[in-house]
Design a protein around this ligand. Structure first.
Ligand SMILES: [Zn+2]
Ligand SMILES: [Zn+2]
Length: 141
């Protein structure tokens, strides 16, 4: 039995619905080139486990790198989640969640890749590309 916060959501057209558990009600933002191309801004995500998907035939998946995939609704194009290929956690798009009122911005990844036209005002932890690659290398050793 996992503890945490139960969250549910859906894509823009409603063909894909989901529920899952967030260990903590926290949102991370990623400013990397791929996330910005995918989202036209930072990718805001909530890490969910025990995800139950409804309408799975409407989910298409794009392998964006050797280590991760990005899934989206093939009816309306909403971004759904990012998933590392060795993980069963889904990094779900925060904007899909039905109730976002309890969520707080926690971390910002690839802060050095953030373009100058926006800045997130909330106080958060940040990680640069170099810090992320170092942490990733340590994890896979
Ligand atoms: Zn949809
Ligand atoms: Zn990213």
């Amino acid at each position: 039995m996992s503890h945490g916060v139960k969250l549910s959501g859906r894509c823009l057209c409603g063909a894909v619905k989901f529920s899952g558990t967030a260990k903590e009600p926290k949102v991370d933002a990623c400013h990397c080139d791929m996330c910005r191309r995918w989202s036209s801004g930072p990718y805001f995500e909530v890490v969910l486990t025990d995800v139950v998907l409804e309408g799975e035939s409407n989910v298409s998946t794009f392998r964006s790198s050797d280590w991760a995939e990005r899934s989206f609704c093939n009816k309306c194009g909403s971004n759904l989640y990012y998933q590392m290929r060795d993980s069963d956690e889904l990094q779900m798009a925060a904007g899909l969640l039905d109730d976002q009122s309890g969520l707080r911005l926690s971390r910002q990844f690839f802060i050095d890749k953030k373009p100058p036209f926006y800045t997130l005002a909330d106080e958060t932890d940040t990680m640069t590309s170099a810090e992320i690659y170092a942490a990733f290398a340590a994890r896979t050793d």
